[in-house]
Design a protein around this ligand. Structure first.
Ligand SMILES: [Mg+2]
Length: 238
C-alpha cells in the first residue's frame, strides 16, 4: 500500500464519498430530522454529485485542484449551514496542498488542521464538546498528530487511528447539548442525539481509509431510532 495519496487516488476518494453519501442518505437525513430540518443526507448527496461532475472536467488534476473543485461545488449546492462549512473546509484543505502531486500523512494532518480552522471560523468558533462536526474533526486531528512524524507508522495505520478517533468523536456528540445551528434551538432536547454533521464528517474521513484499502466505504444498515447511533454497518464493495 502506498504511503501517499496521489491525484488519481484522491479522485477515487471523491467518487467514493458520493457513493457513501448516497448509501447513507436516509440515515443522515434521519439524524437531521431528530435535531435539525431533515435535509442533511439529501444535501450531501447533491453536493458530492456536482463535485464529481466538476472533477470529471479537470484534466490531470492534482490533489489540491481536486479538493478545491470539490469545495466550490459543495459551497454552491449544499444547502443550510453545511454548504459553507464543508465548502470552505475543502477549499482550505486544498490551499494547504496546492500543486502537490501527492500527499503524505503530514500533509493530511496539515490539511485537516486548516479544514478545522475554516469550519471554526465560519461556524462562529465552535469548540469540541459543542455537538458539531468539530468533535469528529478535532478527534481525528489529535490522533493523527501523535503519529504524523513517526517513520514506523504507515499512512494506512495513521489513517486508521484517525478514523477510530473520528468515530469516538462522532459518538461523543450523543450526550452533548447543542450550542450551534438549528439543534441549539432545541436546548436540552438536543441531548441524546448523534449530530448529523459529526456523522458525515466521520463518513468522509472513513472513505479516505476505505479507498486506500480498496473498497468504497461504509453503509450504516441499522441504527438506533432513539439516539441515531450506529448499530450495524457493512462495507460497500468497490
Ligand atoms: Mg439540515
Amino acid at each position: 500500500m502506498p504511503n501517499t495519496i496521489n491525484g488519481s487516488t484522491m479522485y477515487k476518494i471523491i467518487q467514493n464519498t458520493l457513493k457513501v453519501m448516497e448509501a447513507n442518505e436516509k440515515y443522515l437525513t434521519k439524524l437531521d430530522a431528530d435535531i435539525g430540518d431533515a435535509d442533511h443526507g439529501i444535501n450531501m448527496v447533491r453536493g458530492f454529485k456536482l463535485a464529481n461532475e466538476r472533477i470529471q472536467q479537470l484534466s490531470n488534476p492534482d490533489v489540491g485542484a481536486l479538493l478545491n473543485t470539490t469545495g466550490m461545488a459543495l459551497l454552491e449546492t449544499v444547502g443550510g449551514a453545511a454548504g459553507p462549512l464543508y465548502g470552505m473546509m475543502y477549499m482550505r484543505m486544498a490551499s494547504v496542498v496546492k500543486g502537490k502531486a501527492e500527499i503524505d500523512k503530514k500533509d493530511i494532518l496539515a490539511m485537516l488542521e486548516a479544514g478545522l480552522k475554516a469550519v471554526q471560523n465560519i461556524g462562529g468558533g465552535a469548540q469540541p464538546g459543542e455537538k458539531t462536526m468539530v468533535d469528529t474533526l478535532h478527534a481525528a486531528i489529535q490522533a493523527l498528530k501523535e503519529v504524523a512524524d513517526r517513520e514506523d507508522v504507515s499512512l494506512e495505520e495513521a489513517l486508521e487511528k484517525a478514523v477510530e478517533a473520528a468515530r469516538r468523536g462522532m459518538e461523543s456528540t450523543i450526550p452533548m447539548l447543542a450550542k450551534w445551528g438549528r439543534a441549539s434551538y432545541l436546548g436540552e432536547r438536543s441531548i441524546g442525539h448523534q449530530d448529523p454533521g459529526a456523522t458525515s464528517t466521520f463518513l468522509i474521513l472513513h472513505t479516505m481509509l476505505a479507498t486506500l484499502r480498496g473498497y468504497v466505504g461504509l453503509k450504516v444498515t441499522k441504527y438506533s431510532d432513539e439516539d441515531g447511533s450506529i448499530i450495524e454497518e457493512e462495507p460497500i464493495k468497490a
